[in-house]
Design a protein. Structure first.
Length: 111
């Protein structure tokens, strides 16, 4: 019997892959950027960027989606050089939780 390696994720919430239409405007270390979101969950997201901030950097996010305003704060948890950054949500603005849940529901239905 051949055993396959087991991948252990530290994520507490699963993420869903996003179509090319999910974008976020974000600021980190005094630099603002608009980037594609590769995957998203209640705990965080992965954002495409060629110039990532360092691990631990604080990020402000504004999602550009049809569900309405979603503003959040996050921290850089890991960096994939030349590809992007993994972000962990630290706060989602009051009232924006419902829009985030609606976005995740739409993405799950389309995948």
């Amino acid at each position: 019997m051949i055993r396959q390696p087991v991948s252990h994720s530290r994520r507490r919430a699963s993420r869903v892959e996003t179509p090319e239409g999910v974008w976020v405007y974000w600021g980190c270390d005094g630099r603002d950027e608009t980037s594609r979101v590769w995957n998203l969950g209640l705990g965080g997201l992965f954002v495409e960027t060629r110039e990532p901030g360092g691990v631990g950097a604080k990020v402000k996010l504004d999602f550009l989606v049809q569900e309405g305003q979603i503003r959040a704060e996050a921290v850089v948890r890991h960096v994939h050089s030349g590809r992007g950054v993994g972000l962990k949500f630290t706060a989602v603005r009051n009232g924006d939780h419902l829009n985030l849940a609606s976005l995740l529901n739409r993405l799950r239905r389309s995948s």
